[in-house]
Design a protein around this ligand. Structure first.
Ligand code: SF4
Length: 339
């Protein structure tokens, strides 16, 4: 069954025979004024608005769940009926981060992740990634809950592995970065990967100032292979080499994400091993994330996380701890999975 919802992938094609300023006007209406219907774009002639309404619809079909902790999760239905999830994280300092999905499902099957357990459906088109951002940008413009605002950061940490859909991810970033449109600076984007080394290398050549994060979650290959099967193809040695080359080329800082799972990866010995692994990587830091239960494992106790962090710091590794958002609506890291 096919629906007739947002498809801005057609925009440039529909306007290719029009004068160039029409595309600029249309982009400014969709990404700047955040219109939800072409009839609102009164700067465009009526006939063109009608054509755009038919071939480039702007309606987004989504269900939104609000959490107690100022987090919102959206379940979007795509034109082929598939469902994907995105999350809005609202920070105390007025920043609004959107966590977007790059694939419907994920083929990588990490043990601690709900998305991984639901299997892989397909890669998202670039405009389906953009649509997730537009949905929340529109929501933030309206009186929503108590505050209003705009999207300030976009992280590719939702469903899927971004570097398995590299071209659509980069195109979505370029569309959202466009000065004539959404105009979000490239430093406000972050891509999180399990360590697809070809993707890391390709990103270093893109000349885009986006942030890179590596989902590490284990300090040695033996454990990492158990909880993240993709480690067989991309072992730690290969990933570290790619990260070093990336830093050398871009001079940009890399974040290593480490989900703290009780009695799996949170011992003092594992903290020392992690410090050893990251010793030679100068421009980097570790972000410790308390595990969000999805049924298999338990989160580490706060005391364990504290000791783990202290060991890293004692060994010269910078470490931060991320607060858990949106657990009550299953919007937290590793909890996305609807389809
Ligand atoms: S953690 Fe990321 S890469 Fe691993 S299964 Fe989940 S979505 Fe896929």
């Amino acid at each position: 069954m096919y629906f007739h919802y947002m498809n801005i992938g057609n925009l440039e094609k529909i306007l290719e025979k029009e004068p160039a300023y029409r595309l600029r006007q249309a982009k400014s209406a969709v990404f700047g004024d955040l219109i939800e219907n072409w009839e609102e774009a009164t700067v465009l002639p009526q006939a063109l608005r009608k054509k755009l309404g038919e071939d480039c619809p702007l309606q987004i079909r989504a269900k939104v769940l609000l959490s107690k902790e100022k987090t919102a999760k959206a379940v979007l239905t795509l034109n082929d009926g598939l469902k994907i999830e995105s999350v809005l994280l609202r920070h105390k300092d007025n920043r609004n981060t959107i966590c977007v999905s790059s694939q419907a499902g994920c083929p990588l099957g990490c043990q601690f992740c709900l998305t991984g357990q639901m299997g892989f459906k397909r890669n998202l088109e670039y405009f389906e990634i953009v649509e997730q951002v537009l949905f929340f940008a529109r929501l933030l413009k309206k009186p929503f809950d108590t505050a209003q605002g705009r999207v300030t950061n976009i992280v590719f940490m939702g469903m899927g592995e971004p570097f398995l859909n590299h071209d659509n991810v980069i195109k979505a970033i370029k569309v959202l970065n466009d000065k004539d449109g959404f105009n979000l600076g490239s430093r406000h984007f972050s891509i999180s990967t399990v360590g697809i080394t070809e993707g890391i290398e390709k990103l270093s050549k893109e000349n885009l100032q986006v942030n890179l994060a590596i989902s590490l979650h284990a300090p040695d290959d033996e454990l990492r292979e158990k909880i993240m099967p993709i480690n067989k193809k991309y072992p730690l040695r290969k990933i570290m080499e790619a990260v070093k080359n990336y830093i050398e080329k871009t001079k940009r800082r890399v974040m290593f994400e480490y989900i703290m799972i009780e009695d799996v990866n949170d011992s003092e010995e594992q903290a020392k091993k992690l410090a050893e692994l990251l010793k030679g990587i100068s421009l980097s830091f570790v972000n410790l994330i308390s595990y969000n239960p999805t049924g298999i494992f338990k989160p580490s106790l706060p005391e364990r996380i504290k000791i783990f962090k202290e060991i890293l710091e004692k060994n010269g590794i910078s470490a931060t701890q991320r607060y858990r958002f949106g657990q009550d609506i299953r919007a937290a890291c590793g909890q996305l999975g609807v389809c």
